[in-house]
Design a protein around this ligand. Structure first.
Ligand code: ADP
Length: 535
């Protein structure tokens, strides 16, 4: 729909030129020649723009301006005055005219300038506003002119306007159309504009609602209307103002939609997080149950394992005893190959016994279930009764045992059986890792409230990087060129637990290819004493 321009000219001849320029530019032009007809035409069908082409000097142009700008219904219609050359005495009239008009153009007229100026005032300078997707504007009004004006402004903006001529139809369309903006004629009949706005709000929340009030509406009524809606504008609206209004309100709508979208996304993220949280909670519970089951199973397996190891010990003791009797009573009389078989059987049985004792000892010390069976222990006695147990192995491997022991040693408060096992493990290792012809030295000393026992050998040695590691359970060091002797990696772990349970310390110093020196200390008095507290 074309914009309508009301042109006031002094006569047909002068109207012709301006009219032609405007019509060629695509406008509908209505020409009037008198001030009275101008006012009448403007009120009957408010134009989108008025061009005054009236002669000067004379106050006809000024009066025409006053007629238009003084009428609230026409006040917003853009006004372009085409002025000729003013005589000096008419300077004041010119100034007033220029203030009243929205634009003044001097004659002789430049066509492009007139068309450009008219377009700018009509808000078309930037062309249709097409940044947004087409929107739907619902105009709830029975004022045909207002609706038409909105329709045209909407079209220019690339949107569409739909009219609802009654409040009921407005409500229906607000529900069915899903408009992006609602313009409501404040004079529309029915239960009153406030009520209608409230109903429309319920039907289409988040959609901006703008009231179009009759000209000159002021005071509490206007305030109430403005309060209820997102905007209140006075009729009639110039095309430029209408387009600005549409842009502004559709921007508001878009911002609200974006806000809604962000809220929806935030809610979705929150829901997803909550769901994840719940899932994690379930997973946590499941893992806890699995962990408990695993613990139970492990405990069951451990106690079964412990029971088996424990039950192995008695028959093994019988075998070791029987083999010892055989060795002592019958070995000499047996043929040499049987002697070898018997010796190897006894060695293997003893190794198995050591393994069983280490496993049971670690189990016992780690869980701290069975307290140490402590008593006063003379370490020299303990050493003297342990070394005979390894003599056969020393001899079998051609190793020499050197004992470097003092005359006396203070007694320690210890579990004899456990300490004997520590010493046996260290001697066993020294024998195991020392090649034939080597030496094992067993020494003991009393120094600084501690007794220190050391087992040294001239064996393969241990790299410094392994000095700590070998005291961990199941840790063994493989050495190329050295046949891997039967071992579980439990002997030193037992020794460490056992010595520390007595308040002592165990360590190794060694040089590869030269030999190793395993030492442990036991306190004889003071803090952490191996002795029982004195009564
Ligand atoms: P294993 O039953 O394997 O001997 P241990 O805990 O007694 O287990 O020893 C762990 C590892 O420490 C051994 O496998 C060996 O590599 C190293 N080791 C222990 N004693 C000696 C030693 N006297 N000489 C060289 N290496 C040793």
């Amino acid at each position: 729909m074309k914009d309508r321009i009301l042109l006031m000219a002094k006569d047909e001849a002068s109207a012709q030129a301006t009219r032609r320029v405007l019509e060629e530019a695509g406008f509908r032009v209505t020409v009037v020649f008198a001030e009275e007809t101008l006012a009448q035409a403007a009120q009957e069908e408010p134009p989108d723009l008025v061009v005054l082409d009236v002669p000067f000097p004379g106050d006809e142009g000024l009066r025409a301006c006053q007629v238009l700008k003084g009428d609230p219904r026409c006040a917003r219609i853009p006004l372009v005055a085409l002025v000729g050359t003013f005589a000096p005495e008419e300077a004041e009239a010119e100034a007033i005219l220029m203030r009243k008009a929205d634009a003044c153009l001097c004659k002789p007229l430049e066509q492009e300038l007139l068309v450009g100026q008219v377009r700018e005032l009509l808000g078309e300078a930037a062309g249709p506003h097409r940044e947004e997707a087409p929107r739907t504007i619902l105009v709830v009004d029975d004022d045909a002119q207002a609706v038409e004006a909105v329709r045209r402004a909407a079209e220019r903006e690339g949107h569409r306007a739909v009219q609802a001529a009654s409040p009921e139809q407005g409500l229906n369309l607000a529900l069915s159309l899903g408009p992006d903006l609602i313009l409501v004629g404040a004079m529309l009949g029915g239960a009153g504009p406030l009520n209608l706005v409230a109903q429309l709000r319920r039907a289409a929340p988040e959609v901006p609602i703008v009231l179009m009030a009759p000209p000159g509406l002021e005071g509490p009524v206007a305030e109430a209307l403005e309060e209820a809606a997102d905007g209140l504008v006075a009729k009639p609206l110039s095309p430029g103002d209408l387009r600005a209004l549409l842009r502004q309100q559709l921007l508001l709508r878009r911002l609200r939609q974006e806000g809604q979208e962000r809220t929806r996304q935030a809610r979705e993220v929150k829901d997803r997080l909550l769901e994840r949280h719940l899932l994690l909670g379930q997973e946590h519970k499941r893992l806890q149950q699995a962990y408990r089951r695993l613990q139970e199973e492990t405990a069951g397996r451990e106690s079964f394992f412990e029971m088996v190891i424990h039950d192995l010990r008695n028959p093994l003791g019988v075998i070791v005893g029987a083999l010892e009797v055989l060795r002592q009573e019958w070995l000499q009389a047996a043929p040499p190959d049987l002697q070898e078989v018997l010796r190897s059987a006894e060695q293997s049985a003893l190794q198995m016994m050591a393994l069983v004792d280490n496993v049971l000892g670690i189990e016992r010390l780690e869980r701290g279930r069975i307290p140490l069976d402590r008593g006063e222990v003379d370490l020299l006695d303990l050493i003297r009764s342990t070394t005979p147990l390894v003599r056969a192995r020393l001899a079998a491997k051609g190793l020499t045992l050197v004992e470097d022991l003092p005359e006396t040693l203070p007694q320690v408060w210890a579990d004899w059986g456990i300490l004997a096992r520590v010493l046996l493990n260290l001697l066993d290792n020294a024998i195991k890792f020392t090649p034939s012809g080597g030496t094992v030295i067993l020494s003991a000393a009393y120094e600084g409230e501690k007794v220190q026992v050391t087992v040294s050998d001239t064996g393969v040695g241990i790299a410094p990087a392994d000095w700590d590691r070998i005291f961990e359970k199941f840790e063994r060091v493989r050495r190329p060129g050295m046949p891997q002797e039967l071992g579980s990696g439990l002997g030193l772990a037992f020794c460490k637990l056992a010595v520390e349970a007595h308040g002592g310390r165990i360590w190794v110093r060694s040089e590869e290819g030269v030999g190793s020196q395993f030492s442990f200390t036991l306190p004889v008095s003071g803090e952490g004493s191996a002795f029982p507290p004195r009564a």
